[in-house]
Structure formats: C-alpha cells, structure tokens
Design a protein around this ligand. Structure first.
Ligand code: DGJ
Length: 732
C-alpha cells in the first residue's frame, strides 16, 4: 500500500521504496505539507510548531491565536489573497473582482492506478503499479473547488502531482495562476540546480545556494526553451553523485513555464512550478474545469545518481510510448550538416550508398525537400515534395534507398509558416500575429496558430499524405523559433491570454493523432536542437535532438546537464565533421563517437568525404553501438566526472544485474608529465570480480569503485575513453 490514511487525523502518507511524503488537513481544514524525505517511521507533524511572527496574520477561525498563520506554515497548495504572503500556487479573480481563495479540505479518495489528465501528457502505468490520491479542497466563500491529485509509483520512487480547478458556481472565474507543484522544505539549508543555456548550448548546470527572496527559472517563449529547462533539483550543500539529500522535479509540459524558489522569513524553502502565469489566463465558466499539466518528483537520500536513475526509468517506462520506447533505435545518417539546403536526389543517394556500405540503418532527409525551399526564407507550410529537386517522386527515392538496405526518415517543421509560401498566400490569418502590428520574424518565419482546428487538420492531412506516399520509418519534428505576438483570430479579446496554453494543447492533439495513426514511425523531436527538450514532448516521441551543437567537447557538457533529468535513450546525438561547424574545434573521431553513443546514435556528415581509415572506424563504431546499445539505453547511468569543472567528461552504464559496465568519455586536455589518471567506477557488485575487456586481470568491484581504473597515458587533447567491464563468469 503506497497511500496510507489516518482517517481520524486526516493524515495522508504517500510511501515509495525510499521516500515518504506526508500531508495533513488540520482542524480548520487547511491542507498542510508535513514531510518529504526519508522514511522516518513516524508522523513528522511534531516539527510544525511555529512561533508568533510579527505581521503574519491568522485565519479568522483561529480566534487570534497568533502563532497559527498561513504565512508561516508549509502548505500543499497555497492560495493567493488570504494571509500567506509567499509565492502562491493558485490565483483567481472572481466575478466581483475579488482575488482571494481560501481552500479547505472537503473530501478525499484513493484509486488504484495512476490518474490521467485530459488533453495533456502524463505519467501512465499499469493499474497494479500505481495508486492515486485525490484530495478535494473547497473555497470558503465561492463555489470553486480544487482537486489535488497525487500519483504514487512506489517501486520507482516517484510521486506525481496535478491539480484540477472546478467552478461549480454560475458566474465565471478567471484563473491567473494554476501551478502544478508546490514543494515545501521547512527545515534545512538548500542549494538548487537548474539548467540554463541558449541555442547550441542547452542545459548547462548552475548550482547556487538558495537565498532569501525568490529565485526563478522560466520560459516566456511559448516552448520550454533553450534558455531554461522545466526541471530543477534542490539539494543539501554536501550533496554529490552518491551522497547527500536531493529532490528533483520535472514538468510534463512543452510551453512556457515558471519555477519559483522562495526562501522565506523563517528560512523555509518553497518551490512552485507550473505554467508561466506571466503569459497565461483562463476563463472558467460555471460548470467548467481546468486541468494543470503534471509535475513529477523524486527524492534521493543518496545523491544525484539515484535521483537521475529514478527519472530516467519513469520517463522511459511511464512517459515515453509507442513501439520504440524500449527498443533499439536505428543508427541514422542525417544529411543536414553534410548538405544543408544544397542537395538533390542524386546527392542524397550518394550519401545513402556510402552509409549503407558502413552499416548505417537509416537515412534521414532533413530540411529542404518540399515546396520552394532552397534556403530558410521560404516554403514552410507547403508540405508537398519538390520533385524537381529530388529528381522524381519521394516514393521512387525511398525505394532506391531501401534497395541499399536503409530505412528512410524525413524532416518536417509543421508548426511554422514562411510568408513566401502558398500556404501563407492562401491563409495569412493562420499565422500568429496581432492585427495592426507587424509580427516578429525569427529565422524569417512565423508560427501557425496551433489552437485552430483548421490549421491542425491541414497539417494532419498534409503530413499524413506524405507519410502514406512512401515507406517512411522516421519523422524529425522541428520547430525553429520562440513564439510571441500572441493573438488568435478565433478567440474573443478576453480569451487571448489563453492562447499560449491552447497552442500547446493543439500541438499535443495533433501529435496524438499522428503518432497513433502512424504507430510504426519513430518520431524524433527537435527545436533548433534542444529548445523543447521536455517530458511533455517525450510522451509523443521517445527521442529529441539534443542540440545543434555537434562539437564533441561542448556536447559532453550539454549531455551532462541533460542527463540529470532525461534518459540517455532520449538524447539524439550524432557524429559530425571536423573542424566542427559550430565551433571550428577539431576532436578525434573516437571521442566524437563515444559522445554520440551516449544517446540515440547517428551521423551527420558526408561519409564519402572521410578517409578509408576513418570509414573503417565508422563501421567499427556502428558495430560497437550495436553491441553496447542495449547496455547504454537500458543500463543504470552514472556521471563519473563533472565536465563543467573538471578536465574530463566520464560516465558509465551498468547493467541491471551488474554483470557488465561500460565507462566512456573524454579527457579534455593533455597535461605533460602527469601521473596516470584513474577513474572510479560506480554501481558494481562490490565483492564480485570483473575484468576489463581485452585483459585477463581480475579486480573486485570494490577495487574498481574505491581505487579506480588507471587510464592509459594519452597523447593529445580530447582523447576518448572506453572501458568495458565484464563480471568474471566463475563469480556469481
Ligand atoms: C534545426 C535543427 O536542429 C537542425 O538539425 C536542422 O534540422 C535544421 N533546423 C533544419 O532547418
């Protein structure tokens, strides 16, 4: 039983394998957060006594008991306007213009299985794997109710949260803010890690102390963004990869979000995460309800490794869907960096021929195959094949590629429209723009209004037609700009503020239709690289192009940050040419290979331009990925060094049964006359014997974990590391 209720006390305990979350409705019906952390063996509400803090008010029924204050106690879903002056989870405006909401306990129920959220992606599970707790709160003065839903995946150490706001009154209410998660940490001093960046430099880690006031990370860009990721970690100052306490949360949402971390007057920490209220508003008529997207949390008392492993597992098994979620992904070659827009059918065939010889599984035709699109100024929206450029129909090209033994994949950027396109000439009102204002252009393009059904139907039909016209096994779904100038011709003035969220709902609806109608197609997300790398997208496609930066050195940092939350199988990662197109850096092909293998692996270059020796290495790399791929995608992932601060990026995959492990990575700079570098393994069976593939010498797991493995002396910069550890057969 993962949900335990003390009926009399209205005390709720959500128990997972290694954590406990406690909630209590007090005698006034206020829903308090009691505890999240280690399983302590008792109710932790003894920690809740608060002093009278000057200027912190009390609820009316508390009869002036000044120590009873919403402003000082940890709350499950804090409301604006009734005496808690910290960051609220929900803010509404009633029809009389007042803005208070005073939610009190009404009822609860427990359901087996994990709740779903209408129109939104969410964690799903077998009935037996999860339980749901629903707590209904009701406003003291209006007919507004909020249902808090908690999903508990006990074995996976995962707790999910989402809220439903219901208006039972006759008059409309206006939701100004509806967060998905409020995490209260009333004890302790904490640091937080968030993932910031920019195009071609996504998910850089930043770890800072939580200081008094409010710190936030957010996106206003209509997408989850390159600049901040909808996820965070709060950790104890001593927390490392395998020790210390940490809490993680990610948002299952692909639009604008906001995470706020407040450290209050009593040195209590509150984290609130949800749709970004700065560009959100929602009118709720009588009888209507609104569902927030889901937030997913985990706790680890043993450092970041278990936290990441919990997240990797739940994302792979309970968020990703479809045929490819747990199966091996094809090794692909993408023509983008090989040709950009400068290709024709013959050039693509030549790339395919070379790739086939070396063992690649699939050719992906990137941007430029459709409409009038020979640069990025035109053509988006015209999803019909440019047969002149391809020198024939898509079907014929695909058949030729298939004859070489390769599958075929294709690029789309469905949400965008070029002004120089037939689609724009026919439907200028389909582009998001405010009447009377010139819209902002980005990469010369505008954005389609995905809240409109006619727009989505057009996209469904035109993409569907292409997918049916040839044997297409893969789709890369790109989106190359942020969204602004929010306005939809279909929404009334009061509802324009709903457009950013309606856009995301529309996108999800289209993705649901396409992915369920084309179940054999592997979809890969992309947004100018990793500008929409979030769990909402991973519900529809199991992998996302991680970054437009294919420089192996930079990639180690991008993939390091990404790995805290997202599984390795979700990371689209390719080997490209040197000098690298984003940085001009030259790295050895072996290092590019180990970096790209820590993901869903492929190539993005003209293989024909490689030397014979390099071609030999490519075919060897593909064999390696076929050999190690299952361990890389299914194994437990460990970060062995921090590339942001150290001279190396090293990581490890350990099989579930600990019978093998693969350490990979790169030493960045050669330093003269150094003693040999040693790398400590993680996650092995301590008393078992292991050997390094290629040698017969035996080491105990403990030796490899405590003493480490001595790396060969390396010559030159950016040298690859690859060590395969195999448990000795005689040992069990
Ligand atoms: C941005 C993507 O990240 C690239 O890989 C490529 O597909 C281009 N868009 C094409 O325009």
């Amino acid at each position: 039983m993962s949900i335990i209720v003390n009926e009399k006390e209205l005390f709720f305990t959500l128990r997972t394998a290694n954590s406990e979350y406690q909630i209590k409705a007090d005698k006034f019906g206020v829903l308090k957060h009691i505890w999240y952390g280690e399983i302590t063996g008792r109710d932790m509400d003894y920690l809740l006594h608060r002093p009278d803090v000057g200027f912190s008010g009390s609820i009316y029924e508390a009869d002036n008991r000044r120590a009873y204050s919403l402003d000082t106690m940890p709350l499950e879903y804090p409301c604006g306007g009734v005496g808690d002056f910290r960051v609220p989870a929900i803010c509404v405006t009633h029809s009389d213009g007042s803005t208070a909401l005073d939610l009190r306990f009404k009822e609860y129920c427990i359901k087996s299985g994990k709740y779903a959220i209408p129109q939104l992606p969410a964690v799903y599970s077998e009935k037996s794997e999860a339980q749901t707790l629903e707590i209904t709160l009701r406003d003291t003065a209006s007919e507004t109710e909020v249902v808090l839903r908690y999903g508990v995946l006990e074995d996976k150490d995962i707790i999910t949260r989402s809220a439903e706001i219901r208006n039972f009154g006759e008059k409309e209410i206006f939701i100004k803010k509806a967060a998905s998660l409020c995490l209260e940490l009333p004890q302790g001093k904490w640091e937080w890690i968030h993932f910031h960046g920019r195009h071609a430099m996504e998910r850089q880690t930043e770890r800072t102390p939580i200081i008094h006031g409010i710190q936030e990370s957010s996106s206003l860009r209509g997408t989850s963004s390159h600049q901040q990721n909808p996820s965070f970690i709060i950790c104890s100052p001593d927390c490392g990869e395998n020790h210390g306490e940490c809490y993680g949360a990610f948002f299952v949402y692909s639009g604008s979000f906001k995470t706020q971390i407040e450290y209050d007057q009593l040195k209590q920490t509150r984290a609130v995460m949800g749709i970004n209220p700065d560009i959100f508003g929602w009118s709720l008529k009588g009888g209507e309800n609104f569902f927030t997207p889901e937030a997913v949390m985990t706790y680890s008392g043993a450092g970041f490794s278990p936290l990441s492993q919990n997240f990797h597992r739940v994302i792979r098994e309970n968020i990703c869907r479809g045929k490819y979620k747990l199966t091996e992904r094809p090794v692909l070659i993408n023509n983008w960096e090989a040709t950009y827009f400068d290709f024709d059918g013959d050039k693509i065939l030549r790339i395919a021929e070379e790739a086939a010889k070396l063992g690649v599984d699939m050719l992906v035709l990137d941007d430029g195959w459709f409409g009038k699109r020979n640069d990025d100024c035109s053509g988006l929206g015209d999803w019909f094949v440019n047969e002149e450029k391809l020198k024939g129909s898509l079907g014929v090209l695909v058949e030729k590629i298939k004859k070489l033994g390769l599958k075929f994949g294709i690029w789309f950027e469905p949400e965008m429209i070029s002004e120089d396109s037939d689609l724009y000439r026919a439907h200028p009102d389909w582009a998001i723009a405010i009447p009377g204002r010139k819209p902002t252009r980005a990469r010369y393009q505008l954005v389609l209004d995905m809240s409109r059904k006619d727009v989505r139907d057009y996209l469904y039909d035109s993409i569907g037609k292409i997918l049916k016209s040839a044997d297409i096994s893969y789709v890369k779904w790109d989106a190359n700009r942020s969204i602004c100038d929010w306005y939809s011709a279909e929404l009334s003035p009061e509802r324009q503020c709903e457009l950013p969220h309606r856009y995301v709902l529309g996108l999800y609806e289209l993705l649901e239709r396409l992915t369920s109608d084309f179940p054999n197609v592997l979809f890969e997300g992309c947004s100018g690289g990793g500008g929409r790398f979030d769990a909402g997208m991973l519900y529809y496609y199991p992998q996302i192009w991680c970054s437009d930066d294919t420089d192996a050195y930079e990639r180690t940092k991008i993939q390091y940050g990404t790995s805290f939350i997202y599984p390795i199988s979700a990371v689209g990662s390719h080997i490209s040419v040197v000098p690298n197109h984003q940085t001009g850096r030259i790295t050895p092909i072996e290092s590019r290979a180990v970096t790209a293998m820590a993901g869903s692996f492929g190539y993005e270059l003209d293989l024909g331009s490689l030397s014979d020796e390099e071609k030999g290495l490519v075919s060897q790399q593909i064999k390696s990925f076929k050999k190690y791929g299952p361990l890389i995608h299914n194994g437990k992932y460990y970060r062995l060094s921090n590339p942001m601060t150290e001279n190396s990026a090293l990581w490890e995959f350990v099989s579930e049964d600990k019978s093998e492990a693969l350490i990979q990575g790169m030493i960045f700079r050669k330093i003269p006359n150094m003693k040999r570098i040693s790398v400590k393994a993680e996650g092995l069976s301590p008393d078992s014997f292991y050997r390094i593939e290629g040698s017969d010498e035996l080491y105990t797991g403990k030796a490899l974990m405590c003493g480490g493995i001595l790396l060969d002396d390396m010559w030159g910069d950016y040298r690859a590391v690859e060590i395969h550890l195999i448990k000795n057969n005689a040992d069990n």
